[in-house]
Design a protein around this ligand. Structure first.
Ligand SMILES: Cc1ncc(COP(=O)(O)O)c(C=O)c1O
Length: 368
């Protein structure tokens, strides 16, 4: 018996990339964000599928991810979106990775380390236009660029920012961020004397604001199939990842049977319960105790009792036909029944991102 495993539908991922590609102008590049193990889909196989579908840029959070990617794909562009250490300038330069510069000191230290190692580092200036997270505050950004522009060791390639809020009905916040970005970009490009690659939009901005596609877009979640299922949107995608486990035991229990730790569910009538081979150690949130639903033999079955570390109990009903060895779907579809990460996220009061990246990284991943 296995614990849980993931299957990724390569055709769905490819179709998602193609749908986005078709919506963009040909001059806009796609940087596929594949940090956190490609949102749980598996870093290298996801990147390989995307590269085969024509993606030439990838965004990761950490240098380690970038190096793994470089080993697998020699020719693609990889941007490390976290803060790289100046001490890593040598490997960044040699591996031809691109990185973010987040302030003057960071830029100078990277440049000095690059010069000392006799390499050049591909740099994108990260501008904080209102996210309040990484990057140079936008009102300092032009001066920062002026100060760093001629630092040998850095090769200026891009300017980027990240939206904090994209609400199509209340676009003011995003508009203010975009406006700040354009101001800095105009000044920086004038100083530089040539265009830089400008990128600001991740999934929601891409879906609702085509005017901000610019030279490159940085989609993550939409390409994994979340947030873009409505046919009225600019492009449509479908989930590519399914997460499954096995029925380990099925038994009939009488009415009044307490289920799991502290008996938080007591069966109201005689029923059959299936015990499944996954739990919160596999990433199935304990918050889903007595709330979640799983699919067994094409039917939705309620999770009953507390989700424990390695097992889940599901009510298959008094006449339920489940048997040990059956596949149980935690995320995905079986026949016409579906449970997607969005549903689990709502029940857990979180977002699909957290559900997807929370799936045990050690779980076997199968690519279809
Ligand atoms: C800087 C940056 N760009 C792009 C993305 C992709 O965002 P999304 O998955 O919402 O498209 C992220 C994700 O967190 C990010 O941090």
């Amino acid at each position: 018996m296995k614990g849980s495993w993931v299957s990724v539908d390569g055709k769905a991922l490819t179709a998602n990339i193609r749908a986005l590609r078709a919506a963009l102008q040909s001059s806009t590049e796609i940087m596929f964000v594949i940090k956190a193990d490609a949102y749980g889909h598996g870093l290298i196989p996801t990147a390989q599928l995307a590269a085969a579908a024509g993606v030439r840029w990838f965004g990761v959070a950490h240098l380690q991810e970038a190096m793994r990617l470089r080993e697998a794909l020699a020719d693609v562009n990889v941007l490390v979106m976290g803060v790289v250490e100046p001490a890593d300038a040598t490997v960044i330069g040699r591996q031809q990775l691109a990185c973010m510069v987040v302030d003057v000191e960071h830029g100078r230290a990277l440049a000095a380390a690059a010069r000392a190692a006799d390499v050049t580092v591909r740099a994108h200036l990260k501008i904080d236009t209102g996210m309040g997270r990484l990057g140079v505050p936008w009102d300092d950004a032009t001066e920062t660029f002026r100060a760093l522009r001629e630092e040998t060791g850095l090769v200026w390639e891009g300017l980027c920012s990240h939206f904090a809020t994209v609400e199509p009905k209340q676009p003011q916040h995003a508009e203010a961020q975009a406006e700040r970005f354009f101001q800095v970009a105009t000044a920086a490009e004038t100083l530089h004397g040539q265009p830089l690659r400008k990128h600001i939009s991740s999934s929601r901005a891409i879906l609702y604001h085509p005017e901000w596609d610019l030279d490159m877009v940085r989609p993550g979640i939409a390409l994994y199939g979340y947030g873009a299922s409505d046919s009225r949107l600019r492009f449509r995608t479908q989930p590519a990842l399914q997460w499954k486990c096995q029925v380990m035991q099925v038994k009939s229990v009488p009415a009044g049977t307490p289920i799991g730790y502290y008996g938080t569910h007591v069966t109201p009538q005689p029923t059959r319960i299936a015990i499944l081979s996954a739990g919160y150690a596999d990433g199935y949130h304990r918050v889903l105790s007595n709330r979640g639903q799983v699919l067994i033999r094409g039917q939705r079955c309620r999770v009953i009792g507390r989700v424990s570390m390695n097992w889940i109990c599901a009510d298959v009903g008094p006449t339920g036909m489940a048997a040990p060895g059956d596949e149980a779907v935690l995320i995905g579809h079986q026949g016409k029944a579906e449970v997607w990460a969005g549903e689990l996220a709502r029940l857990c009061r979180t977002i699909p991102y957290e559900i997807l990246v929370g799936i045990d990284r050690q779980a076997e991943r199968v690519y279809l």
